[in-house]
Structures are given as structure tokens and as C-alpha cells.
Write a protein that binds this ligand. Sequence first.
Ligand code: URA
Length: 241
Amino acid sequence: MFVEKMLQSQGFGSRKHCQQLIKSGAVAINGEIVDSAKLKLDLQQLQFSVHGQDYQYREKVYIALNKPQNYECSHQATHHFSVFDFFDDILMNRGIQCVGRLDQDTTGLLLLTDDGQFLQALTHPKKHVPKVYRMQTADPIRDEQLQQLEQGVELRNETGTFAATDVTRLAEHELSMAIHQGVYHQVKRMLAAVGNKVETLHRQQVGQLALTELAEGEWIYLNEAQIMAAKNMPNIAFASI
Ligand code: URA
């Protein structure tokens, strides 16, 4: 791939702008300033710099963010911040999107990508990728509520029933469970359907990828094993970040 095309693919702007960056001496490959936009590159393990800042070539990006409260998963956040505020223009130019949505008051594991196939694989209703949530509830969690959640509940304006797995009471007002679809406000509506109310909600895990170390507001690029774990591929090891 030509260096101008490579820069464009990584979010550095139009082809013209990338040509200008090269012409101005801002681009280096393996420490050597590039002077030709038509230099052909081997993309394997490619490292480059623009204005002295180092980058690694990535065909697609897969990002995990530990989302804080008061951030919306929309570009034009109305009353809060946007989760896209965490990312620079170069990543935004790549067209990263949220893989499913978390409510503004929900914290925890949020994936973002510019890979449409990955997004489909995780959000398509037929794929049933499990998502594990931990929550605090307004009222004490009763045994029959646990059973109802496991058996499945109906939600207004949705077809079928919605059941959770791995429903575990962690404390009188604290519960964790996995859901396998992703309809609007699903967890909050399921808890309301059994007569309780979610007070705080945290996503702990997507597929086999669990959030453990990443601090609130921090994000990382996922490696190959973590991407496979998030996709819930069979025989893939559990991964944590
Ligand atoms: N279910 C909800 O109710 N809210 C979320 O943010 C995610 C799942």
C-alpha cells in the first residue's frame, strides 16, 4: 500500500492532506522521514510517526472503554458528555462506533470499533452473545424474582420473553446476571417486570471478555485473543482487561 493511502486509512484525513503531510516532512517510517507519497509499504508490524508522534498500523480498531456515568453513546450528546470525547480526531476520522449502547447512567465495559462485521457479530439478535451486568436494586431481591428472571419475562412492545442466565444474588440489594439480547433498557425493564428497580448498573462482561483492571474513563486497544473472547467464539479462552 502506498504511504499516502496508508495514512488515509489510519484517519489522517483526505488523500490531499496526507500528501501535504508527507511533503512537509512530518511522516517517518521506522525513523526515516518519507519524501514520496507513492512509497510502497509492507503493512506487517508497520510503525510510523506523524509530527513525531508514534503510531502502529491497524487495519481495524477494537477498543474497550470503562465507561463512567454521565456519558452518552451518541455523537451529539444532549445533556451529558459523549463517550466519543475520549477519542482523538484521528480515531474519530476512522468512523468508530459503539458496539451496542449503554445508558448514560450505566458504567462498565463498552466496546467500540470501525469493523462493521465485528459490530454485527456482537449485536445481531441471532448471535446471543452474553453480556453480564451487576446492579444495585431499590428493594431487597426476593427468591421469586430470581426465578422469574431465569424463567423469562415479557417486556412491553417487544415480542417473545426475555430470560437471564447466571442470576446470582450478591447481597440483599445486589444482583448479577447475564442477558443474551440487547433491547432498549433491557436490564432495567426486566427488573421492573419482576417488581424491583435498578438503582445502579454496571456491565462487567461481553462474551468471554471481562472488565477487571481498567480504571473508569480508561480505554485500550484489544488484542487478537481479547477480540475472540468478546465475540464469544467457541473454545476461546476467557480474557480480562
Ligand atoms: N440494560 C439497561 O437497562 N441499560 C443498559 O445500559 C444496558 C442494558
